[in-house]
Design a protein around this ligand. Structure first.
Ligand SMILES: C[S@@+](CC[C@H](N)C(=O)[O-])C[C@H]1O[C@@H](n2cnc3c(N)ncnc32)[C@H](O)[C@@H]1O
Length: 265
């Protein structure tokens, strides 16, 4: 039963404008789960009721699935050609993306940076969870992946370029400090010059915060991040195609640029 007391969602409720599952009517047309539960039934985008509304939702669902399939195919091709730069067999799952967003706070505006958007799973999650007045800049190096991420998240400022240009991109936008610094980069496979620029930028703009780093190989790089940061916490995410996780690092070591500390080649 709905919060408003209706037995079935398709009876409709203009007072609360919500279905039994608490989703707004107009969201129902774009949410594929509603095609399966059949919980739509008000006037659809085509101005028709009931079954036609369900059919619209089914069509939307099929289109969404096709775009997911396109992203995955593109990703697989990139992984085969540039494995080291891509560093993951599939795009991050919604569980891994959510774990990356531990410090995104919907209750206050923040300045957020994401590095290595890929096809945009973490980007989409950040955009969904952040405060509407938050500033969010994402960066992706690969032009094809950048295009897919931008298509998926048209509302996000996704810069095509390399993470070591981060300072320049932030200056262009008049951004000084960063509250949330999320890296999806393959840090161990990057040149040392890129990693050095990355940690330097974090030190200047986010030192009281956390360096949040995705990983596809749980625990494996913990010692590597411990050589760079004093404090390193690890959160395992078992619900991913392959179990993955997130490092939450803070307190950059003074000598992080020493040859035996800085990761990369
Ligand atoms: C492990 S994938 C993560 C992608 C996506 N965020 C996800 O979670 O599915 C790493 C991404 O970093 C990008 N990348 C690699 N080197 C980069 C660099 N120097 N600057 C920006 N992005 C880079 C790759 O193109 C790839 O999309």
């Amino acid at each position: 039963m709905d919060a408003c007391g209706k037995q079935r969602a398709y009876e409709g409720c203009d007072a609360c404008a919500r279905t039994r599952s608490g989703v707004l009517w107009n969201e129902a047309w774009t949410d594929p789960t509603f095609a399966l539960t059949g919980e739509t039934g008000k006037i659809g985008p085509d101005g028709r009721e009931g079954y036609h509304g369900v059919r619209n939702a089914l069509e939307t669902s099929i289109l969404m699935r096709m775009s997911v399939a396109t992203r995955r195919l593109k990703w697989a091709g990139k992984f085969l050609r540039h494995g080291r730069n891509i560093a993951s067999l599939t795009p991050s799952s919604r569980w891994l993306s959510r774990a990356m967003c531990r410090d995104i706070d919907a209750s206050k505006p923040q300045t957020i940076v994401e590095l290595g958007a890929g096809v945009g799973p973490v980007t989409a999650m950040i955009s969904k969870l952040m405060h509407p007045q938050s500033r969010f800049l994402s960066i992706e190096l690969d032009p094809d992946l950048h295009e897919l991420a931008q298509e998926r998240c048209p509302e996000v400022d996704i810069q095509l370029g390399s993470a070591d240009q981060l300072d320049e991109f932030l200056d262009d936008r008049g951004i000084d400090k960063i509250d949330c610094f999320l890296s999806c980069l393959p840090v161990p496979s990057l040149p040392k010059t890129v990693n050095s620029a990355l940690f330097e930028c974090w030190k200047r703009r986010c030192s009281s915060g956390v360096f949040t780093q995705i990983t596809q190989i749980p625990w494996y790089y913990r010692r590597m991040y411990r050589r760079v940061f004093d404090t390193v916490e690890f959160k395992l995410v078992p619900m991913n195609f392959l179990p993955a996780g997130v490092y939450h690092c803070s307190q950059l070591r003074a000598d992080f640029e020493a040859d035996d500390r800085l990761p990369g080649h």
